[in-house]
Ligand binder design. Structure first.
Ligand code: B12
Ligand code: SF4
Ligand code: SF4
Length: 368
């Protein structure tokens, strides 16, 4: 288990004070404060408590799935009852400890020929946060609780419970906004049998702003707090398995993995702070690549370059599919040779179909 020395000492102090307080029957309030202190010492940016009851917007979620908005993400259709109800996930659950981690890696290091969503500039947050949750779980066991913990790894409607706990509010983009860290937070939670006093929710602070809706390149935000995932560039470049529908290819622009537009335009990011997690700052080796260089990645060099990165999850063929779409949109005539080379040597049809499209688009833009 990787806990740095300072955190270890802090945890020891807190464990000791919890043990001591358990002997003297601590109040619910003291336990809650101790949990928040441990969460802070583990590097979480904020930690708040929600009651383990059915999610406030459970019905909306069911309708969203029924309307087909989840597209290929069939896993969202499974376990709906569990996703909206923590007591279905953990028998005897009383509370959710909801946490946010600031991942903002700054404005630097994005190249001018392609864009990668900031959350994927370096290591996979699932692994990084899972380690922290493991440590917090040990502390909670010491306090007598049984737990299940997730960071987008289980059936939990994370934004709904984050809203209920007052971590932030659901912006019109559907992204959860934290007053201090803006949109740049990962969410995670521990469902526990410990009965903790819930924190009050925040009110909505979007006001009259509609920046995210107005600027979404594909009109995926169909109304305030409504999104059709099938239109979202994040879905199209990460989750969608097959060919990218023609109607979206040009709109994707130079985005090769995820999309940050509705986050970048949000005024609540004016005071965003750089994350303390250096493993989430831009990985130099990735951003050394020019867009066209990615075409020469083999399975092996793809795995090496994106080791421990979330990008590794989409595998080489979906990644090169995305690179070809971006080249079709921003590539130059001198890139056609590399695309032709790929067309001659590549056997994966998903890649060749998009490479052919890229060649035609570059020619069309250059000669029309
Ligand atoms: C599926 C999914 C996606 C899909 C669909 C996104 C969507 N908006 O539904 C796609 C692939 C498009 C996607 C994209 C992104 N995702 Co995503 N995604 C998820 C996942 C796995 C499930 C979300 C889900 O259930 N969607 C279905 C809709 C209906 O649910 P929902 O947005 O959660 O909305 C409910 C709540 O918002 C609730 N609600 C809560 N409070 C309030 C308040 C009011 C007043 C109302 C009316 C409703 C409401 O009502 C809704 C209906 O139940 C979650 C992890 C998880 N387990 O929850 C991560 C998660 C939402 N994603 C995350 C991230 C970082 C992103 C991206 C920013 C990545 C990127 N840069 O490319 C984009 C953002 C795009 C966007 N505008 O949402 C983070 C969001 C963190 C945050 N601060 O909000 C999460 C929480 C993962 C994590 N653990 O950190 N994602
Ligand atoms: S991530 Fe991009 S495509 Fe998806 S809703 Fe936000 S702005 Fe639109
Ligand atoms: S851009 Fe404006 S409307 Fe959209 S989430 Fe941010 S504050 Fe709310």
């Amino acid at each position: 288990m990787l806990i740095c020395c300072k955190v270890k000492i802090d945890l020891f102090k807190v464990f000791f004070s919890v043990r001591f307080s358990v002997m003297t029957e601590p109040s619910i309030q003291t336990i809650k404060e101790n949990i928040k202190r441990i969460a802070k010492s583990l590097g979480f940016s904020d930690c708040r408590i929600a009651e383990a009851r059915t999610a406030d917007h459970a019905e909306r979620f069911r309708e969203w799935v029924d309307d087909g908005c989840a597209g290929d993400m069939k896993w969202l259709e499974r376990n709906i009852d569990r996703r909206v109800s923590p007591t279905e996930v953990l028998f005897g659950a009383n509370s959710l400890i909801c946490m946010a981690l600031n991942y903002y890696p700054g404005e630097q290091s994005q190249r001018d020929d392609y864009r990668i969503a900031r959350y994927a500039w370096n290591e996979d947050y699932h692994d990084l946060i899972d380690d922290k949750l493991k440590d917090l779980n040990i502390a909670l066991e010491e306090m007598g609780g049984s737990q299940r913990y997730y960071v987008d790894t289980g059936p939990v409607l994370e934004r709904d419970f984050a809203s209920a706990s007052g971590l932030g509010w659901n912006g019109k983009s559907t992204v959860q906004i934290h007053k201090e860290y803006g949109t740049w937070t990962f969410l995670c939670e521990i469902i526990t049998t410990l009965k903790l006093e819930p924190d009050p929710p925040l009110r909505d602070h979007c006001g009259k702003c509609t920046q995210c809706i107005d600027n979404c390149p594909t009109n995926a935000i169909t109304g305030p707090r409504e999104m059709d995932a099938r239109r979202c560039i994040s879905y199209l470049t990460i989750e969608h398995a097959g060919s990218i529908p023609l109607e979206f290819r040009t709109l994707i622009g130079d985005r090769i993995y995820g999309c940050d537009v509705c986050l970048e335009v949000c005024p609540w990011n004016r005071f965003a702070k750089i994350s303390q997690e250096t493993k989430l700052h831009a990985r130099e080796a990735i951003f050394k690549y020019q867009l066209v260089d990615f075409l020469s990645l083999t399975d092996e060099s793809f795995r090496d370059l994106f080791a421990k990165s979330p990008i590794k999850r989409i595998k080489r063929n979906k990644f090169l599919r995305n690179v070809c779409v971006a080249l079709g949109n921003v590539g130059k005539i001198e890139h056609i040779d590399q695309l032709q080379k790929l067309l001659a040597e590549e056997s994966d049809q998903l890649i060749t179909e998009h490479a052919q499209w890229a060649v035609e688009e570059i020619q069309r833009r250059t000669f029309s």
